[in-house]
Design a protein around this ligand. Structure first.
Ligand code: ADP
Length: 199
């Protein structure tokens, strides 16, 4: 059992490979004997998750401020569980976290400081792994399209992620940029190299 918890976040635009890498990392760490919790946000199983799913699949229209709040609530719905994992010194992996709200909702024109406020009760992670990929390349991987998966919009989102990763937008957490256009195996190897520094 670890002596301290470790919170690892994967961020990046749609189809950048977050879920793939989060799952591979979880498997790798489990095989090394670590106790892991993996959270994928938004969690579509919760009350807010169901509304967000309807929004994303265009079945429902909502003001972007309401959407930002719903995303924040969606994370808060898991907070007790996350706090329990922290008490148990687990390694916690997040497939999207508070930085997704900042990137996507700033791209929708919302205020950074207000977005920050919505998530102040969420624990601060130890590191963010940003899977950097051009929207053109990411969209080649897509299956079904949702509301956010438009080239122009994802370009804006990607630029905001880059600003967070290079410190132009302050996030108070260490960002690691990984080239998301590489093969799944190559990216996983890089991710492991990064995470091992924290073990
Ligand atoms: P995200 O969670 O960021 O939306 P996913 O991990 O679900 O991305 O990956 C989106 C799609 O792209 C999936 O079909 C996945 O198998 C594929 N994929 C993931 N990583 C890569 C990669 N490095 N190269 C090519 N395809 C990938």
């Amino acid at each position: 059992m670890r002596g301290t918890p470790l919170l690892i976040v994967f961020e990046g635009i749609d189809f950048s490979g977050k879920r793939t890498q989060a799952e591979l990392l979880a498997e790798y760490l489990k095989s090394k004997g670590y106790s892991i919790s993996l959270y994928s946000f938004p969690d579509y199983t919760t009350t807010t998750g169901k509304i967000l799913e309807e929004y994303l699949t265009m079945k429902r229209n909502l003001d972007s401020r309401i959407v930002a709040m719903l995303y924040a609530i969606n994370r808060l719905e898991k907070l007790k569980e996350i706090e329990k994992d922290i008490e148990e010194n687990k390694i916690i992996i997040f497939d999207r976290y508070i930085y997704s709200n900042m990137a996507y909702q700033m791209a929708n024109g919302l205020d950074l400081e207000w977005l920050r406020m919505l998530d102040i009760y969420m624990p601060r992670p130890d590191l963010v792994i940003f899977l950097k990929i051009s929207p053109e390349e990411a969209l080649k991987r897509k299956g079904e399209c949702d509301r956010y998966e438009k080239l122009e919009f994802l370009r804006k989102v990607e630029r905001i992620y880059e600003k967070m990763a290079n410190g132009e937008i302050k996030t108070n957490v260490k960002w690691y940029i990984v080239d998301g256009s590489k093969s799944i195996g190559e990216i996983h190897k890089k991710v492991v190299e990064i995470v091992e520094k924290f073990l």
